[in-house]
Every structure is written in C-alpha cells, then in structure tokens.
Design a protein around this ligand. Structure first.
Ligand SMILES: Cc1cc2nc3c(=O)[nH]c(=O)nc-3n(C[C@H](O)[C@H](O)[C@H](O)COP(=O)(O)OP(=O)(O)OC[C@H]3O[C@@H](n4cnc5c(N)ncnc54)[C@H](O)[C@@H]3O)c2cc1C
Length: 444
C-alpha cells in the first residue's frame, strides 16, 4: 500500500498554470453579479451575456478551482439517490419530471460543448451503474424497470452482455444509462471560462465575496470593492455555508479521486473495455471508474467525509487515498503494476432530499441561487445556470418546475455532525458487507 501519495491540490484536470484574471479593486456596477465561477456561475453568465446583460463574476480562486475542475467527469442523467428511491419519496409524476430534467441537462450540456466548441474530450459512451455480486442482479433489474417506466433511457445489462461489451469482469451486471458519457471536467470548465471572457463577461478572480447586502440594488462586498447590481446569483455550491447565505441548505462532503499513469496497449488489451463506458458501482457510497482520452484510468469516491461546521479544509486524506487505491487494485487485478500518479479531493454539495435547489430569496427577491447537485452537477449545474439566467430575463425554463418544492435544511450543529457520522457509518457498514461478499465469491 502506498504511504507517500502523489497529491495535487485542485486536480490533474485543472490547469493551474492559467493566468488568473485580475482581482476586483474598485466599486463597480453591473446588471447581475454572480458569486462563484464553476459550471453554474459560468453557465448563468453565458446565457445572460447572450441576451446582452452586463455580467460580473466574482470568484475566490480561479474559475473552475471548486468542484467543477475536480470532479470525475461522468456526464450523467442520474438524479437523486436512485430512481426507485426518488419514486418512493416524490411520487410518479414528480419522479418522471425529474427524469426529464436530468435528461434535458445532459442534452443541454452536450449542446453547450458544441456551441462553444469546447474540446473537453467528451466521449458519448454512456455510464453503467455496475453490480458486483449476484445479489445486485435482481435489484438492478428492478431499478432499470422502474427507471424505464419513468421514461429514463436506461437498460439492464445481464452478465453475458457485460462480457460481450468487454466491461472488466469485476463488474458483473449493470444498468446502462444510454445518455451521457465521460469528459475532461477541467477542460470543460476552462472552455466555459474562455467562452465567458470572449463574450465580454467581467470575471474577477482571487476575489472572495465577504457578504451580500440586500436591497433593490443588491451589493456583493469584497475586500477590494463592492459590486452593485439588480440581481445577485449564489453559485457557490458546497461552499455556500461559508458565504453566510442559504445557511443549512447545503452540506459539503469530501470525496477523493486518483489517476493512473498512462496504460500501455497491453494493459488496455487485457482490460477489454472497448465501449469505454463510465462505471459507478451499486454501493451506498459508490466507487467510480473511467478511462480518459489521454490514456489513463481515473476513479475513486467510496470514502465520504464531513467536517464539523461544514468546513472545507484543503489537503490530503491519506486514509481515503489508501482505500480507493485498495479497491482499484481489487477491481482491476490486471493493472496491478500500473502506478497511481495523482490523488486529489473535492467537496460535493449535498441537500437534504438529494435534489438540486433552484430559487430566489432576499428582501427584494433578487438574490437567486442554484446549489446542491449531490455529485451529479456536470450536467445539472450547467442546466441550472441557464435556468437562473432565464428567470432573471423573465422567462421560465420548461424543466425548472421539476425542482420546485419546499426546500429543507440539514439540522444545525452539533446535530448535523452527529447525523452525518451516523449515516456515513451505517452506509459504510452496508458497503463493507457487500465487499466481503464479493471477496468471498472471488476466492471460490
Ligand atoms: C470529487 C468530485 C467528483 C465528482 N464527480 C462528478 C461526476 O463524475 N459527475 C457529475 O455530474 N458531478 C460530479 N461531481 C459534482 C460536480 O463537480 C458539481 O456538482 C459541480 O461542479 C457543481 O458546480 P458549481 O458551479 O455549482 O460549483 P463549484 O464548481 O464548486 O463552483 C463554486 C465556486 O464558487 C467559488 N466560491 C465559493 N465561495 C465563494 C466566495 N465567498 N466568493 C467568491 N467565490 C466563491 C468557489 O471557489 C468555486 O469555484 C463531483 C464533485 C466532486 C467534488
């Protein structure tokens, strides 16, 4: 087991060498001020700018240095925990509307990539929710049936079809999400950033917003100056608690990822995996794996952390790195000699009901928010950004209603910490049992 983990602070996808835009150093005015330069912030800005609005983005790091430049790059229509749970919680009508929203998010993102000619190495391979043990066969078969009844473009893959497709043998059966695939998230967010700059969005980087003051003209305060605007947009996802708005609505949970060195041709031949589908496992806290267009394999997740007070400390998580490496080695025994060359981590914004939150608040109802993508934000954050922009422009996106509901908060501390720990431990126990069963099966 590795003891010295090669670590990169944001991610290997993220081009740390890109020149940051200057920080805000004066008081300015705009039509709309957006806090946060991830998929939501950039996508809101692009849609508003296309309609001629004067838009400012304030980003505490470099645009993309949050989850948008760190994630695993699965462009997925997954929504909520899973569709059987979503159906139980929200009923058939709402669950079907959520499926349509999630499908539209994937299509919209594909369109954005095309419209802005973003070379983010998108491969429309689909993604597979993979079962590892025979006990997963009936669960996934039923899940696929439920999903299809709600209109989702998914299909159950029995073992024979998994082997025909060349999916690595650790993954026994699966549910294929036909829409979506994998991309390089860093190139995607860098492409959005470039498109926004080209379109004339004013982006101030290394500019942390200290607070938002309500009013008919809302004010976003930073150390170097204030932006006054008709509307503000909170696009800070997992970091929202730290901003002091929407308190309690989004809980940041940290997960870790890794990337291998480039695989040799014989490694690739040994793997099979000719369809190159993205894979996430049918665990409670999933493992994810994917091939990249630059010849490596990336994966991880599995270990989920909450820090008291919704803090987001930077740095390493050696225990999580060891665990994700151990499971990578178990799932891909033919790659035992392939080195891992990068580990990193990022914060996922979780909501109480595992659905994104879109809405407006403030004394003058001009502070918009789109947060809480629960690990499915590559597509959904991109679409929610456009939805926010359309609302500001006085239109309503046809799929926005799917997200309308009473928004619930997480309990305050110390209850939140206790709840996070209890849920985490309970899910880890369930997963540990599954992993023991899988090991026993493989030893036979
Ligand atoms: C490790 C990991 C793996 C993931 N894998 C996937 C996946 O495979 N597929 C998928 O669909 N989703 C995945 N996700 C989720 C996805 O990355 C997010 O849902 C999406 O990036 C959210 O975009 P965003 O714009 O809302 O947030 P972010 O990209 O986090 O952007 C928020 C921005 O706000 C800035 N900010 C915060 N506070 C302030 C402030 N006070 N002032 C100024 N700026 C501020 C931050 O610096 C940040 O850049 C993953 C997430 C992580 C962390």
């Amino acid at each position: 087991m590795t003891t010295q983990h090669p670590f990169v602070e944001v991610s290997p996808w993220f081009n740390a060498a890109q020149e940051p835009e200057p920080a805000l150093q004066q008081d300015i005015a705009a039509d709309v001020v957006i806090i946060g330069g991830g998929y939501v912030g950039l996508s809101t800005a692009l849609t508003l700018r296309a309609a001629g609005a004067d838009v400012v983005i304030l980003e505490q790091g470099v645009a993309g240095s949050g989850a948008s430049g760190r994630n695993a790059g699965h462009l997925t229509p997954t929504i909520g925990k899973d569709l059987p749970t979503t159906l139980r919680l929200f009923g058939r009508k709402r669950a079907a509307a959520l499926v349509r929203f999630a499908d539209a998010a994937v299509e919209h993102t594909e369109q954005v990539i095309q419209d802005h000619e973003i070379d983010c190495r998108y491969e429309a391979t689909g993604n597979i929710i993979a079962g590892l043990h025979p006990k997963h066969i009936s669960t996934l078969e039923q899940a696929a049936e439920t999903a299809r009844s709600l209109g989702a473009a998914v299909r159950f893959l029995p073992e024979g079809e998994m082997r025909e497709r060349g999916v690595p043998p650790a993954f026994l059966c699966g549910v294929l999400e036909e829409r979506g695939g994998t991309l390089n998230p860093g190139l995607y967010v860098a492409g959005l950033r470039q498109a926004a700059l080209r379109a004339g969005v004013r982006l101030f980087e290394e500019t942390r917003v200290l607070g938002i003051d309500d009013g008919a003209r809302v004010e976003a305060r930073t150390e170097g100056g204030t932006v006054t605007a008709n509307h503000a947009v909170i696009a800070t996802n997992a970091y929202t608690e730290q901003l002091g708005r929407r308190k309690g609505y989004v809980t940041p949970l940290r997960v870790s990822l890794f990337e291998t060195e480039p695989l040799s041709q014989s490694d690739l031949d040994g793997l099979g995996w000719k369809g190159r589908e993205g894979i996430y496992t049918a665990h409670e806290a999933l493992e994810n794996y994917r091939l990249t267009a630059h010849g490596t394999l990336s994966g991880g997740s599995k270990v989920v952390r909450y820090r008291y007070g919704s803090k987001l400390p930077p740095g390493r998580d050696p225990e999580a790195f060891d665990t994700i490496e151990q499971f990578f080695r178990e799932r891909f025994p033919t790659l035992r000699d392939v080195r891992i060359v990068n580990f990193w981590g990022g914060w996922i914004g979780f909501t109480f009901d595992l659905l994104p939150q879109l809405g407006v608040e403030g004394t003058h109802q001009n502070v918009h928010f789109g947060v809480g993508f629960n690990g499915h934000g590559v597509a959904q954050a991109t679409l929610v950004g456009s939805m926010i922009a359309e609302r500001i422009l006085g239109k309503e996106h046809p799929h926005a209603a799917a997200l309308g509901r009473r928004l619930r908060r997480w309990p305050p501390e110390p209850l939140r910490w206790v709840a996070a720990e209890l849920i985490n431990r309970a899910l880890a126990l369930v997963d540990a049992r599954t992993d023991r069963q899988v090991r026993r099966l493989n030893q036979r």
